[in-house]
Every structure is written in C-alpha cells, then in structure tokens.
Design a protein around this ligand. Structure first.
Ligand SMILES: [Zn+2]
Ligand SMILES: [Zn+2]
Length: 178
C-alpha cells in the first residue's frame, strides 16, 4: 500500500546535498553525521529548526538522532527515564509534537498500532516487514517523489510513501504471524 502526501517546504540544508550524488550513499553519510553529533551540534541542529534547545528537548533530540529505528513515544520515554527521572510521557509526546510541527522530526504512520518518529527528514520511503515488524529506510531520488495533482483547494504539507512486504530474513524462517 502506498500513501502520498506532498511537502513543498525546504528540508534541512544537508538534505539538499543528498540529491547531488546517489541518494543511497548520502543516506549513509547522513546517518553517520547524526551518530557523531556533539551536544553543541544538537543545540545548533534544534536552532536550525527554530526550536529553543531546553535540556529535555536536547536530550530527546539526541535520543532521536542516535536511534534511527523509528521509535515510539513509549520506547523513547522508557529509554530516557533512567537518565532523566523527572521526564514525563506527556513531555516526550509534546516535545515530539513540537519537533514534527517544526519539521525537525517526521511522524510515521506505517504502524497501525503506534505513531513512530524519525529524525531523518531527508525524503525517503519506508518498508515494513509484515512478519517481524521491522521498518527499513528506502532511499528516494527527488524525481521519484510524486507531484501533487489534486485540487488547488487542497494544500498538502507532507509526502510519505510506505511499502509493505516481507524481509529476506523472515522469508527464510518458518512462517509465524505476529
Ligand atoms: Zn522481517
Ligand atoms: Zn525513516
């Protein structure tokens, strides 16, 4: 199943570089950059999206940049709670909502049970394995992003493309439903 939305707003500066050479290579570079970010760079990253970098916002963004596996609010909260005992689930939820509003994080609706969050804001599709539930990145060329041909009265704000199937690892295992 494929869902199309359209995003006219410009992405993070780095995203533009992604399109200059084959996207797959730059996806790796993009992930590497995230993994090597210092706290100061995370603050700059938040500020580049016009987000005031409070302690909790920086901690949540750092988590998002270090966990590119599309975590849920529950996962983020559970993982951060031991290091930030004052954290509440509402704060995690509201912070992610702010990040999404400012386009620093994408909300992914590929999972029917939970909204998932993705700090990788360059255009890419997602593939969900229907057996193990793993969500994989699918690189997209800019030319592969569909143009919105709906009524001018409709003002789309996002594009998301989802693929569903089975990963090779699961295909080779005896069939088990989840
Ligand atoms: Zn799988
Ligand atoms: Zn993603």
């Amino acid at each position: 199943m494929i869902f199309f939305f359209f995003d006219k707003e410009k992405n993070h500066l780095l995203c533009k570089k992604i399109f200059s050479i084959k996207s797959k290579f730059f996806v790796i570079l993009y992930q590497f950059k995230f993994e090597t970010m210092t706290i100061q760079e995370i603050h700059h990253h938040l500020e580049s999206y016009k987000i005031n970098p409070s302690f909790q916002r920086a901690a949540i963004m750092q988590y998002m940049l270090e966990h590119l596996n599309h975590p849920t609010v529950d996962q983020i909260y559970a993982d951060l709670l031991p290091t930030i005992p004052t954290l509440s689930k509402a704060t995690v939820y509201n912070t992610l909502k702010l990040f999404v509003d400012k386009k620093a994080v994408k909300a992914i609706f590929i999972d029917e049970k939970n909204v998932r969050y993705d700090a990788q804001t360059y255009p890419h599709a997602h593939f969900k394995c229907k057996r193990c539930g793993a969500i994989h990145e699918v690189p997209l060329e800019e030319s592969e992003i569909p143009k919105f041909r709906g009524s001018p009265d409709l003002i789309p704000s996002d594009t998301q493309i989802y693929f569903f199937g089975v990963c090779k690892k699961c295909e080779e295992l005896p069939f088990v439903t989840i």
